[in-house]
Ligand binder design. Sequence first.
Ligand code: NI
Length: 256
Amino acid sequence: MIDSHAHLTDKRLRSDLDGVLLRAAEAEVQVIVTVGVGPADNRAVAKLVDQVPVVVGSVGVHPHDAKVVTEDVLAQMVALAAHPRIVAIGETGLDFYRDLSPRDRQEMAFVQQIHLARELSLPLIVHSRDAHERTLAILEREGGGELRGVMHCFSGDMAVAERVLALGMHIGIAGPVTYPKSGKLRQVATHVPLERLLVETDCPYLAPQRYRGKRNEPAYVMYVAEEIARLRGLSFDEVARTTAANAAELFGIDGV
Ligand code: NI
């Protein structure tokens, strides 16, 4: 399996990293994509990918912190992205639920990171919360028909999923697919072509139902794969293998 979206640099995971990595290995998670959320975090991600062989990384500025994006921050991302184990740009996108940065700043930082991903030929990791219409409109306008990437921790319906697929992007399914009230998300997880699905934890957030409210970690990505297998009437192995191959191809990860 590949956990396609984790935040291993978060102090809740970082403080227990040996245990977290051991349990991930026991759960047959071969690769963890650890995702940067801001300038200081991006540096921590770049350091971690050098220290831990099973970890690859992404550099970006989360919409919560969009107001910190300057030319210098973007230049730092370009420099860090030259590292062969930095495999994506993000997470970026729009969050109109918490609105921690002004919306015009969120949109500007999102467009800048889309352009960066295109210039560097790297996939884009997109966050969209209560902002699907604007997120899709910007991706459609700025993508130039050559975007690759993932709408991570997908929270839309089938209509949103269809537009993400039409952009050529993947859909990342996280722990909420196991929550009782996630009917719409289960529909998406059932009907999207399997070769366009990724599994992820978004840890330390969004633990699956059985650990809900506790700290999430990459080993628990198996509960996401297990739920997708149950929904689609497939074996766990097929979902684990196919989603890992999808992520390996998207992020250009060898040897999986
Ligand atoms: Ni995230």
